[in-house]
Write a protein that binds this ligand. Sequence first.
Ligand code: FES
Length: 101
Amino acid sequence: MGQWVRLAAEGEIKSAKAFEIEGKRIAVFRTPEGFRALDDVCSHEYSLLSEGEVWDGQVYCPKHGSAFDLATGAACGLPATDPVKTWNLKIEGGDVWAQLP
Ligand code: FES
């Protein structure tokens, strides 16, 4: 697996925040179970999941409303059928880090 990249201090991520690392957009979500990260760009068309509503462990794409599981990236509702990639995160020194693929 790839190297770890610091994203932000934990406190800087309120509910959802977008980052760009190595040319890839990632969306990090604060959930009751901890931070979760997905590819920010929807698998259906171009829309940013970091701007979607989060409800019950899923984020709803702001463009057409497909839901994606924050833990697995699975598409849970049409029109999207393909998953989005998940990212490994860790907390170290009060900061959130993402692992490059
Ligand atoms: S762009 Fe996300 S569901 Fe269509």
